[in-house]
Design a protein around this ligand. Sequence first.
Ligand code: GLU
Length: 508
Amino acid sequence: MSDNKRVRVRFAPSPTGPLHMGGVRTALYNYLFAKKHGGDFLLRVEDTDQTRFVKGAEEYIMEALDWSGISPDEGIAQGGEYGPYRQSERKPMYRQYADQLIASDHAYYAFDTSEELTRMRDLAKESGSANWQYNHITRSTMRNSLTLPADEVEKLLADGTPYVIRIKLPRNHEVKFEDRIRGWVAVNTNNMDDKVLFKSDGMPTYHLANIVDDHLMEITHVIRGEEWLPSAPLHVLLYEYLGWEAPEFAHLPLLLKPDGNGKLSKRDGDRLGFPVFPLEWTNPETNEVSSGYREKGFYAESFVNMLAFLGWNPGDNREILSLEELIDAFSLEKVGKAGSKFDFEKAKWYNEQYLRANSNETLAAQLKPVLAEHNIEISDDRLAAICGLVKERAIFVRDLYEKSTYMFASDFEYDEKTMRKKWKDDSAEILTELKGRLEGVEDFSEANTEATFKGMLEEKGLGFGKVGPIFRLALTGLGMGPSLFEISEILGREEVLNRIDRLIATAA
Ligand code: GLU
C-alpha cells in the first residue's frame, strides 16, 4: 500500500445466519484498526450466494455491531459514497471484470455440467485420489474454452448454454505475499485450483466480488479470519491480473473451543454451556432459539473488551480497557498467530469487573427494569444501598436482585440446613435479648448496630457463632451473605425487629 492513503477497512459477512462471536471479533479488530488510523470502517454484505441467504441475518448483523458499539461508518444503514453496500445490488458491476480476465487470457469459459464434474470426481476417487480439482492439468480434459474449438465456444455461448468462468492459473508459479500477522506466505499454483469466478446464475462468486469490491471501495487493509488465508493467494493473483494494487492482508487467528479442540463454530450453539452469538437468535425456519450475550446480561462494553483479548493483548498487564483505550492500544503486530481458546469464566469475570466499576446509583438504575418485572417499587436511595450491599457478589445486573430478594420481601423461607444446625434451645432467648438492645438504638446506622451487637456478645460472653448465624437467618433466611449491620441499616429498625419476631415465632 502506498503511504498517505486513507485507511479503509471492511467487515464483509455473508448473511447466512446470525453473526458468530468470532465474526464480531473480526469486525472489532477492523473497527479498532480503522479508528486507530483515523480511517473508515465499512460493512459490506456479501450475499452473492443466494442459496444460503437467511432471512433476518442482515438485520441481525447490523444490530449486533450497533449493540457492540462498533457501528460502521459506511454501510447499508449508513450509506456512503462507495455504495451500494450489498453485493446483490452491485450485480451489474462484476461481469466486466470477468470479461477483462478472459480477454487477457487469465480466465476461461467452462461448460461442464454438474453431472460431468461429479463423474470426474467419482473417477478420481475410484483411482484413489480423493481431491479431484479443476486445475492446470485436468482442465485440458474438460469442456471449456481452452479445449474446445473457438467456433464451438461461440456457438455454445450464442445458444445460451450454461457456463461458468474460471480463473486460468499458471503452472508452477509461486504466489507470495506478506501477511501482517503471519509474515510471508508462499503458495505454488500447482497446489491451487481454477476457482469459479462467475457463476451460471449471472452472479460473481465470493472471490471475484470480494476483490472487485475491495478495489472499488478503496479498501487498504483486509483483516479477516484465518479460514480465508487459503483464498488469499488467489486474490493476490486476481489483483495482479486486473492491474490493481492489492490491499494489505491480515489473517486473524481462530477462536477455539474451550478445550482447544477445534474452531468455536456456529453449530456449537448453546451446546457448550455458553452463547456463541452476541444477541439471541431465533432460527426463522425451525424457531429454535440460541442464546445471546446481550440477553444473558452481559454489558456490551465487557463483551467487547473480552473479545478484544481473544487473540490480541496490549503488551502490558492491563486487562480492562474501554473502547477508546482499545483503539489507542491496538496494533495488528500484537495479534497472535496461535488460535485463542475461548473461556466463558473469563467472559463472566470481565462482566463482574464492569459491574463493580459502576456506582451504586448507576446499578440501581440498571436494576429498576428487573424489579419492575417483579412489581417491586422502592426508592432510589434504598435501591442504591441494596446494590452496594450485593454488588461484590454479582456478575450480572439480574444477580443484584437474585442475591438480595430478602431485601424486598419479608415473607421468605428459612434455609433448612442453617436452621437445623444453628437453631438451639437458647436461640429464642438470645434473639429476644438482641431485639431488646436494638430497640434502644436511636440512629440505626451500621456502626451503631454493630457496636450494640458486639457489646452484647462481650457482656454475655457469647461467641459470634452463637448469635451471628441466627441473626442472619432472621434478617435474610439464609446461612451466608453480606454484612448483617449494613443489611440492618438499609432495612431500618422496625423491619429488623419484626424479622427477629418472625423467626422466633416460626422456630418456636
Ligand atoms: N464473505 C466472507 C465471510 O463471510 C468475507 C471474507 C473476507 O473478509 O474476505 O466471511
